[in-house]
Design a protein around this ligand. Structure first.
Ligand SMILES: [Zn+2]
Length: 59
């Protein structure tokens, strides 16, 4: 887990990522019946306002 930008030492870096959310859909109507509130994080990276971006991490 990164705490600061390695370029400008800013501590307010952001984490950007994607998550996978499980759902249940009725095949006959195409309607989504259930969607999990919390997904599994599949990838993430860190960004800073100076333009720096970390590599992309994944599980
Ligand atoms: Zn920075």
């Amino acid at each position: 887990m990164l705490k600061e930008c390695p370029v400008c030492k800013n501590k307010k870096i952001r984490e950007v990522g994607g998550e996978e959310i499980a759902y249940e859909r009725s095949v006959s109507t195409g309607k989504v019946l259930k969607r999990e509130k919390n997904g599994c994080i599949t990838w993430w990276k860190y960004t800073c306002k100076c333009g720096w971006e970390s590599e992309t991490y994944s599980d």
